[in-house]
Ligand binder design. Structure first.
Ligand SMILES: [Zn+2]
Length: 115
């Protein structure tokens, strides 16, 4: 068995010696041959960031929010208490509180009257 393997190795070596150098099938070398350019070592253009399929990264029941929606929720006003009645609301402030006698009256849109 040992001699058989040795014989095989010998014949394989002979075959290799007989064959001329085959052209490289490396992608870079092939492209270099076609376009007559050389491969640069520096990578200038990186791979794009992986796209996420809609809903793939969300928990069950969650909805994918649009950029606009995210901006709206982020810019939402913080609810502060009224300085006069201490009610937490964004409807009025101390200066416009309906319970404050010194408060400014809300301007109502005056109806347009034709003369
Ligand atoms: Zn108030």
């Amino acid at each position: 068995m040992g001699t058989y393997v040795e014989n095989l190795k010998k014949t394989l070596g002979l075959l290799k010696a007989d064959m001329p150098n085959p052209p490289s099938r490396d992608t870079g070398d092939v492209i270099e041959g076609i376009f007559s350019i050389t491969k640069t070592n520096e990578i200038e253009v990186q791979n794009p960031t992986k796209a996420v399929n809609k809903g793939e990264h969300l928990k069950k029941g969650e909805r994918l929010k649009s950029e606009r929606e995210k901006a709206i929720t982020g810019a939402k006003k913080k609810v502060r208490p009224c300085g006069f009645c201490k009610v937490k609301t964004n409807e009025h402030t101390k200066t416009t509180c309906p319970l404050n006698p010194k408060a400014r009256k809300k301007r109502k849109a005056s109806p347009v009257t034709d003369v």
